[in-house]
Design a protein around this ligand. Structure first.
Ligand code: PLP
Length: 495
């Protein structure tokens, strides 16, 4: 096999690239435009079987054939988040500006770990970060970095919080010396509804998941400020060392937003690093109508925001912002081949020192292109439309006899149960909804999520798609009813 046609910058390579991109685009449009249902319904075994051939054949089959195969065997059995009847998770329909940006950034392959691998890209990321700090009303000293998403942003925020605290409290340089002897006493607080990555981060940071103390929530699933104070007092009495408070702006199931202002008060009073996990709800910052829901976020020490959720960018794309850019020093290091200290003195931007990654994608280009294309108001309109739809859907579910709405939506997640008969017990309803969800996935007409609410299986719609209408959601609910009838006629519910 020669290099002929494989690389850009050669006549054959450039022509192959153009042809392959066209073929790839056509294949995507076939799936999105021509397939009616959001999923084929194929089961895992069937998917594996349909891939057939060995992954690594002795002789290559050529790109055109391979792409055709991928279209048929993979794309045709992918879930289609652009379909308005796909409304399960925080998996957004990617917008066209973001897809164009993705094509540009992958083909040019800039790597953000050093200026000489990504000169213009480095500056674009810095400018996008500045714009985000402005959007969230963070002060001038604020800074940030792009991440793979909320998981990485939350981890990194707690890493900075831990190391600053250990330096101040125990005079310990964690980067060089590891955790201090007092590490067992370190605690992170978050609400009982916070994302699991707070616990995961505590594990990865060597503190263990038990270092995360969950604070009870109110009827709207928001952290209760009084309960936070009580919890903090109890921790102090026991000699524990709480160092960080995580507020959530948009919990994954209900989209609830903690009372950020009250949390910021507590954090200030008790000397805690205040991190806001706004992976889901951060997009409200672009909206005049809903921006107030984030009040208090501007007081955060750090903010996690995801662009691959309510900002409609292709996966993966997130950012961590910090109130004081100087706090990145807790993880900074200088590598002779990437960012020698002499370069810092000469003002060469150095993003590798702010990231837990080394080689890093130019994901900042996606929100850059999206914001430039649509403007703040255009982005706001998308988010606002989905929140309005969620309210309409909640009303529809609330008035239906056979559905039970579990709480009014704050963002665009709607949690509910299918309960066709008045007399059904909670346990029967839970089993029925689990069975309905399984049947729906095999049916393919609608993609709906399942979640546990107070121990009972429930259904969830995350209505991210701005093109979805109430009629589309009506069709999803019809599919739920049909699947309910199907599984009620089988023994599956009893199993
Ligand atoms: C999605 C989400 C995360 C995890 O982020 P990833 O982008 O999946 O890594 C964390 N917290 C919240 C609130 C989320 O919605």
């Amino acid at each position: 096999m020669s290099t002929d046609g494989l690389f850009l910058g050669t006549d054959r390579g450039d022509a192959e690239y153009r042809a392959a991109m066209k073929q790839a685009i056509d294949a995507v449009l076939d799936v999105v435009a021509d397939r009616e249902d959001p999923y084929s319904g194929a089961a895992p075994d069937a998917l594996s079987e349909s891939l057939g051939d060995p992954v690594v054949p002795e002789e290559g089959r050529g790109l055109e054939t391979t792409l055709d195969e991928v279209a048929e065997r993979v794309l045709a059995h992918s879930v289609d988040p652009s379909n308005p009847r796909c409304g399960a998770h925080l998996q957004c329909p990617p917008m066209v500006p973001g897809l164009a940006a993705e094509a540009l950034l992958s083909a040019t392959n800039q790597s953000l770990d050093s200026f000489d691998q990504a000169p213009a890209a480095t500056v674009v990321e810095e400018r996008v970060v500045d714009a985000l700090c402005d959007l969230f009303d963070l002060p001038r000293e604020a800074d940030g970095v792009f991440t793979s998403g909320g998981t990485q942003s939350n981890f990194q925020a707690l890493l900075l919080a831990r190391d600053r605290y250990c330096a101040r409290q125990f005079d310990r340089d964690v980067q060089n010396e590891g955790l201090p002897p007092e590490a067992d006493s370190l605690r992170v607080l978050c609400s009982a509804e916070a994302h699991f990555t707070a616990k995961q981060a505590a594990h990865h940071l060597g503190l263990g998941e038990d270092a995360v103390v969950t604070v009870p929530t109110d009827g709207d699933r928001r952290m209760e400020p009084d309960a936070l104070e009580t919890t903090l007092a109890a921790l102090r009495d026991r000699g524990a060392a709480p160092f960080a408070l995580v507020g959530t702006a948009g919990t994954t199931d209900f989209g609830s937003i903690d009372p950020l202002d009250a949390l910021a008060d507590s954090a200030a009073e008790h000397g805690l690093w205040f991190h806001v996990d706004a992976a889901y709800g951060g997009a409200l910052a672009v909206s005049d109508e809903y921006g107030d829901l984030l009040e208090g976020l501007e007081r955060a020490d750090s903010v996690a925001v995801d662009f691959h959720k309510l900002f409609y960018q292709p996966i993966s794309c997130g950012a961590l912002l910090v109130r004081d850019g100087g706090t990145f020093r807790w993880m900074a290091r200088n590598a002779a081949y990437l960012n020698p200290e002499a370069d810092d003195d000469r003002g060469v931007p150095n993003l590798v020192a702010k990231s837990v990654q080394t080689t890093r994608r130019f994901d900042a280009l996606k929100p850059y292109v999206a914001f430039r294309t649509l403007g703040r108001s255009g982005m706001a309109a998308l988010v606002e439309r989905t929140l309005a739809l969620a309210d309409e859907v909640a009303e529809l579910l609330g008035s239906a006899d056979d559905f039970e709405l579990l709480g009014d939506p704050t963002l665009n997640a709607v949690v509910f149960r299918y309960r066709p008969h008045e007399g059904m017990t909670d346990e029967e309803t839970s089993r029925l909804n689990a069975a309905v969800r399984r049947e729906l996935l095999a049916d393919g007409r609608a993609v709906v999520a399942r979640t546990e609410v107070d121990g009972a299986t429930s259904l969830k719609l995350t209505l991210l798609n701005p093109t979805a209408t109430l009629e589309d959601v009506g069709a999803i609910l019809e599919a739920v009813r049909d699947c309910g009838t199907t599984v009620s006629g089988t023994r599956e519910v009893a199993a």
